[in-house]
Design a protein around this ligand. Structure first.
Ligand SMILES: Nc1nc2c(c(=O)[nH]1)N[C@H]1C(S)=C(S)[C@@H](COP(=O)(O)O)O[C@H]1N2
Ligand SMILES: [Mo]
Length: 259
């Protein structure tokens, strides 16, 4: 992995090493906004509150007693390839490797939501991580915040997974131990790691990583409006040859890439 930042930890995958459909765990990029929280399974809890029939708290055993399922899904950071943008854009200067594909195992979010029961006014599902810290550059909220992102109730009940295994191995601390969300088809910012709270709301969420960061101006009808980034755009990327690689003339060469 290529070190982009050590505190918080940001590691890029060597995209040129792409050699198959699944990204090995040791090659999987790491994107963190805050220090990695230390969590013990014994004291970890998942709280589900807000627009629910009954607020509930699940411990590790409660969660593991629920039906287990697996899904293969790509995580791409919305900032992948940022270094190639002109003009220059602030933020982690990712090259091609802020992306990976893995098989995730866990319980479907809809199963967990059913335990609590959504009310008729439920509209969004906010996922919060145990990691927290202060935002340095303005515009910023004062004081500490937790990493948090919301999903529509429709997406939450569709194909979102709460995962505890990655390619058959227990999640590592960097990838969200003990539990993270996997939001198939959406950019990585939605895949909340170190999941500790689920809050169901009747109103759209306007948290920091939803409105200031990971949002874009959409000019659809009338005035531009700030919209949270969600679904991934179609993309294809060449792994080999590498941008700096010299390719021999007159010989066959196997080009590799991913879409
Ligand atoms: N709690 C929490 N979840 C998080 C983040 C974070 O900083 N904190 N980063 C998000 C972003 S921007 C991305 S791209 C993915 C990266 O997942 P990975 O580190 O397992 O590759 O995690 C997402 N989930
Ligand atoms: Mo990201």
């Amino acid at each position: 992995l290529i070190l982009r930042q050590s505190q918080p930890l940001n590691l890029e995958s060597p995209f040129g090493a792409l050699d198959g459909f699944i990204t090995r765990n040791e090659n999987f990029f790491v994107r963190c906004h805050f220090p990695i929280p230390e969590i013990s399974r014994d004291t970890w809890r998942l709280k589900i509150t807000g627009e629910v029939q009954r607020a509930i708290e699940l411990n590790w055993d409660d969660l593991r007693a629920m039906p287990e399922t697996s899904v293969t899904a790509t995580i791409e950071c919305a900032g992948n390839g940022r270094v190639f943008l002109t003009p220059h854009v602030e933020g982690a200067q990712w090259e091609r490797g802020a992306v990976g594909n893995a098989e995730w195992t866990g319980v479907r979010l809809t199963e967990v939501l059913q335990r609590a029961g959504l009310t008729a006014s439920a509209r969004e599902v906010i996922l919060s991580g145990a990691d927290r810290g202060e935002i340095e550059s303005p515009p910023r909220p004062g004081g500490e915040i937790h990493y948090a992102r919301s999903l529509s109730v429709a997406k939450a009940n569709d194909d979102v997974l709460l995962a505890w295994r990655m390619n058959g191995q227990e999640l590592s601390p960097a990838h969200g131990f003990p539990l993270r969300a996997i939001v198939p088809g959406w950019y990585g910012m939605a895949a909340v790691k170190w999941l500790s709270a689920i809050t169901v709301t009747a109103e759209p969420f306007h948290g920091y990583y939803q409105s200031v960061d990971y949002a874009y101006w959409q000019r659809e009808s009338g005035a531009p409006s700030l919209v949270p980034i969600t679904a991934m755009q179609v993309k294809a990327q060449i792994a080999r040859p590498d941008p700096a690689e010299q390719v021999p003339v007159g010989q066959s060469y196997l080009v590799r890439g991913a879409a």
